[in-house]
Design a protein around this ligand. Sequence first.
Ligand SMILES: Nc1ncnc2c1ncn2[C@@H]1O[C@H](COP(=O)(O)OP(=O)(O)OP(=O)(O)O)[C@@H](O)[C@H]1O
Length: 244
Amino acid sequence: MSGPSLLFDRIDLTLGRTNILREVSFAVAAGRVHALVGPNGGGKSSLIKTLLGQTPHTGRLVLNWPHTPGVVGYVPQAIEFDRTLPMTVEDFMAATTQRRPAFLGRARGSAPAIHTALERVGMADKRSRRMGALSGGERQRVLLAQSLIPDPGLMVLDEPMAALDEAGVQVFENLLAAWRSAGVTVLWVEHDLEAVGRLADQVTGLNRFVLFDGPPTEVLTPDRLLTLFSTRPRTAAQTEEVTA
Ligand SMILES: Nc1ncnc2c1ncn2[C@@H]1O[C@H](COP(=O)(O)OP(=O)(O)OP(=O)(O)O)[C@@H](O)[C@H]1O
C-alpha cells in the first residue's frame, strides 16, 4: 500500500494557557521514514495528535494520498493495564482492530489477521495472556501488532522502541524495512538518536518550533544536538511569554 505525502503548514496549537506548537512547518515525503526528535515536552506527541485530528489547531495540514485515501496505523506511547483486567492479548487485538463491538466477542473472520500480526512481532505464543501480565516490552510488541491491521499506508509511531529489548528492537527494524519496501509513509517519534541516524531518511527537530529538518547525516550534528537538548526548560520560557 503506497503511502501519502504530508504537509504541516504553519501549525499552531495552544491548549489552555500553554502554547504547545508555533508556526510548525515541514513536509514528509511519500514512502519515506521520517523521524521527529526533540526534548521532553517539545510537542512531538501533540503534533501527532494534531495529525490524527485530535487537537483544535490552526494552520494547514495536507495528506496527499497517491490514489484513494488509505489506512492510518497508529502506535501510541506505552500504555499501562491494570494487572487484574480480564483482557487477553487476543481480546485487545480484536477490540482495537475489528469493526464489531468488542463486547460482542471476537469476530471469527478476524482471527487469521490477528494471528499473523502477533506472529510478526513474536507474540503469537502469548496470545492468551492477560495484557496486564505482560512485560513493558511485550506490551509494546502488541501495540505494534495492532497497528498492522488492516494494512496501513501511513504509519504513525510514538516512541515505538520504548521498553523493547534487543530482540524487540530487531522486530521493530524488520517492520520498518517491510514498510519501507512497501512504500508506506512512516512518521516516527523517537528519542534514540543512534537509531534515527541509522534508520530514518529524514529528521525534524521540534521544540515548540521546528529547529531543523533534513537527512540525519546533515542535521544530527553534535552542535545541533547540544542546542536541542540543553535549552531552558520550556515551562520557564512559556511562563515568561504568557505573563509578558
Ligand atoms: N491537554 C493539555 N493541556 C495543556 N498542556 C498540554 C496538554 N497536553 C500536553 N500539554 C503540554 O504540551 C507540551 C508538549 O507535550 P507533548 O506530550 O506533545 O511533548 P513530547 O515532545 O511528546 O514530550 P515527550 O518526549 O516527553 O513524550 C508539554 O509541556 C505538555 O505538558
